[in-house]
Write a new protein. Structure first.
Length: 353
C-alpha cells in the first residue's frame, strides 16, 4: 500500500517533520489533511508555514478538543493516520507535566474516541515515538552482566556522578526494555501502549518509529526546546562559545530530517501485518562536545566550554541500533553529521539573513 489515491490525516502535520513528509507525499495522496494547532512555541506567527505544500489541506484545531475532532471527521475518512502531534520538551515536561500529559496522552485518546464516534477505523496508524522511552537504556557491567538503571537522581547529578558503572549498549526495540526517566518519555510510551491496545482490538495496523535526535532545515529557530543542534548553531553563528552540560561527554544519535522523512515514507509504503516498532537514527554515537566542536569549526568561533550544568531527566547516553529498521524497510540513513551540519548552517544563514 502507498498513499497514492488514499486519504492521509497527519496530526501536528504543520511542524518540522510534518512539512518534510508532506513535501514528499502530499502531491501523490488522494487527499492530504493536516490537523495542527499552530502553537506559538513552534509557530510564532500562528500562520500556515511556507514549507507546507499547497496540496496539504490545513485544519487548525487541537488534538485535545473533541469538537475539533468531530468537525474534522465529519468530512474526512482517513485511510492512514500519521500521529505527529506532541509536546516534546524533556526538561519542560518536569515543570509542565499536565500539558505534556494532556497533549500526548489525552490527545491520543481523543483521536481514538473520535474515530469510534465516527465509526471509522483507518487501515494504518503511524506514531512517531521517541528514544526517550528507553530512559537510560541497557548497560553492561564489568562482569559482562546486562542491567537497566533507573534515571539519574538529582543528588547524583549534583555530585557530578554522570555515568553508571558500566558500558552503555545502543538501544533497540527488540532488545531494550523501555524505562523512561522523564515525564515526556513516559507520555510517549503511553502513546505506544494506547495505540497498540486500540489497533489490536480493531484489527488494524500500527507502525511505531522511535526517533533519535532529529535536526535539519525547517527546525524552529525560536523554540528553546527544539534541539541542541539548532541552538549550538545559532550560538556559534553569533560568535559565542557553546556551553556544554555535564562534562561534555553526553552522547546522542543525531539524525537528519531527510532520513527521518524517508523512513516515514518507507513505513507508509510498506505497512506491517499487525504491529511494528522500529528505531530511526544513524546508529552513530556522537558526544555533545564533538557536535559543538564541529559547529564551531564551521564558523571559526571560540571553542566550547564545559560548564558542569545539568538538566534533571536527561539521560547520559542515547544511540540506537538501526539494523532491524534497515532489514525491514526500504531505507538506510544517508546523511553524515558533518554533511547535515553544513546543510543546516546554510539554511540558518538564509533564514536569518
Amino acid at each position: 500500500m502507498s498513499v497514492d489515491r488514499h486519504t492521509v490525516l497527519v496530526t501536528g502535520g504543520a511542524g518540522f517533520i510534518g512539512c518534510a513528509l508532506a513535501q514528499r507525499l502530499a502531491s501523490s495522496a488522494g487527499r492530504w489533511v493536516v490537523l495542527d494547532s499552530l502553537h506559538p512555541q513552534v509557530h510564532p506567527t500562528s500562520e500556515r508555514p511556507s514549507a507546507l505544500p499547497a496540496e496539504a489541506e490545513l485544519v487548525v484545531g487541537d488534538v485535545t478538543n473533541p469538537d475539533d475532532w468531530d468537525s474534522l471527521l465529519a468530512s474526512v475518512r482517513p485511510d492512514v493516520v500519521v500521529h505527529l502531534a506532541a509536546e516534546t520538551g524533556t526538561a519542560q515536561s518536569l515543570s509542565e507535566s499536565s500539558r505534556h500529559g494532556l497533549v500526548n496522552v489525552v490527545g491520543t485518546t481523543m483521536l481514538l474516541d473520535a474515530m469510534t464516534r465516527a465509526e471509522w477505523v483507518p487501515s494504518h496508524l503511524v506514531l512517531t515515538s521517541s528514544r526517550a522511552v528507553y530512559g537510560e537504556g541497557k548497560w553492561i557491567d564489568a562482569e559482562g552482566h546486562a542491567f537497566q538503571p533507573a534515571g539519574r537522581t538529582h543528588a547524583q547529578l549534583e555530585a557530578q556522578h554522570w555515568d553508571f558503572d558500566g558500558t552503555h549498549v545502543p538501544n533497540s526495540a527488540t532488545t531494550t526494555t523501555p524505562n523512561p526517566s522523564s515525564v515526556y518519555g513516559a507520555t510517549k510510551l503511553a502513546q505506544e501502549h494506547i495505540l497498540g491496545a486500540w489497533a489490536g482490538s480493531h484489527d488494524t495496523r500500527l507502525s511505531v518509529l522511535r526517533l533519535q535526535n532529529v535536526y535539519g532545515p525547517g527546525q524552529s529557530l525560536t523554540n528553546p526546546y527544539t534541539g541542541i543542534v539548532s541552538l549550538f548553531s545559532q550560538l556559534a553563528r553569533d560568535g559565542r562559545s557553546i556551553p556544554l552540560y555535564e562534562d561534555g561527554e553526553i552522547t546522542r544519535d543525531f539524525v537528519y530530517i531527510d532520513d527521518v522523512a524517508d523512513a516515514l515514507v518507507a513505513v507508509l509504503n510498506d505497512p506491517p501485518a499487525t504491529v511494528r516498532t522500529l528505531d530511526v537514527g544513524t546508529g552513530v554515537r556522537t558526544t555533545i562536545h564533538d557536535l559543538a566542536q564541529a559547529v564551531q569549526d564551521f564558523y571559526g568561533s571560540p571553542d566550547p566550554v564545559v560548564t558542569g550544568q545539568f538538566r534533571d531527566g536527561d539521560v547520559r547516553h542515547a544511540a540506537c541500533d538501526v539494523t532491524d529498521t534497515v532489514d525491514q524497510l526500504d531505507w538506510t540513513p544517508q546523511w553524515s553529521l558533518q554533511r547535515g551540519i553544513a546543510d543546516l548552517q546554510e539554511w540558518i544563514g538564509s533564514e536569518l539573513a
